[in-house]
Design a protein around this ligand. Structure first.
Ligand SMILES: Nc1ncnc2c1ncn2[C@@H]1O[C@H](COP(=O)(O)OP(=O)(O)OP(=O)(O)O)[C@@H](O)[C@H]1O
Ligand SMILES: [Mn+2]
Length: 272
């Protein structure tokens, strides 16, 4: 309908690029020819199933659309695919069953969340951070035997993290060489998360220790009020070392990630 074009046409008027979030192959094929008319088409997703170039990889399938779009645009800015000030038409799926929504967004180079930086520019491997995140989300969803459970994972720069912490109990990982992502590890992490302290994980994903009490310098750490000692310790260790931290809160059930002393990401496991 022409009338509707008059109303909604503004959404894609003068956009610098079209950003497709996890398009199906046939959707991408329909859109790709627009590139011949001078429209840039960027694909964002957890996997490049359509073989698109340029492509921006998402570490998680963010269920909140605003997060999904922000992360995608951060990645595109970071990779130099778009520039601050560019206007993008972002096409994504809000309901099940393919792309159903277009939002018009101006890329803002100043106001970055640091999400892309957290996953892709940390000392630890992106896959390791992603795997830890998944463990925390699963633990948050299911709890431990039905009860809510809290957990703290410190990932990367393990030598320094060990130096700034002390054991609360024997380390069940002392002689083992297991990595996050191994199926048995998910079970072990679940089991050991019932007890106090933090898990320390190396850059490459080796579980270095459980039950560590973190003693970082807390100076200059600015985390939201209302979060307790576990979150404070998580924030502080990421400022005092080159690690990142993922926390599952026992009290509100949220999973939070910290880097360089700041809260970067907050997700509700129930939404995944
Ligand atoms: N410095 C620390 N290092 C490691 N673990 C810690 C540290 N401080 C607290 N914890 C762990 O966090 C648990 C909960 O502490 P607290 O309630 O103060 O934290 P919180 O931030 O409110 O977390 P939650 O939202 O899960 O309650 C403690 O029982 C302990 O296992
Ligand atoms: Mn608490």
């Amino acid at each position: 309908m022409d009338g509707l074009d008059d109303v909604f046409g503004e959404i894609y008027d003068d956009v610098d690029a079209l950003v497709l979030f996890s398009p199906s192959g046939s959707y991408y094929e329909r859109v790709a020819p627009l590139e011949d008319d001078g429209l840039d088409v960027i694909v964002v997703g957890t996997e490049n199933t359509v073989g698109a170039d340029p492509f921006v990889e998402l570490p998680l399938e963010f269920s909140a659309v605003a997060e999904r779009v922000r992360f995608g645009l951060e990645g595109a800015l970071e990779q130099g695919i778009i520039e601050g000030g560019d206007v993008l038409a972002c096409a994504t799926s809000v309901f099940d069953g393919g792309i159903d929504t277009v939002s018009r967004v101006r890329a803002n180079a100043e106001d970055q969340l640091g999400l892309y930086d957290l996953f892709s520019k940390s000392r630890a491997d992106a896959d390791v951070i992603k795997a830890v995140f998944e463990v925390a989300i699963n633990l948050g969803k299911k709890g431990q035997k039905g009860k809510p459970v809290g957990a703290l994972f410190v990932v990367g720069d393990a030598g320094n993290v060990m130096n700034k912490s002390r054991p609360l109990s024997y380390n069940p990982f002392e002689k083992s060489h297991v990595h996050v992502g191994d199926p048995i590890v998910t079970v072990m992490l679940k089991e050991f998360s019932r007890l106090d302290g933090a898990f320390v994980i190396s850059d490459s994903g080796k579980i270095v220790s459980a039950y560590r009490y973190l003693e970082p310098a807390a100076e200059g750490v600015d985390i939201p009020k209302g979060l307790g000692a576990r979150h404070m310790a998580a924030g502080a260790i990421t400022r005092d070392t080159n690690s990142i931290a993922v926390v599952l809160s026992e009290s509100d059930g949220m999973v939070r990630a910290f880097k360089a002393g700041e809260l970067i990401l907050e997700v509700d496991p129930e939404a995944y």
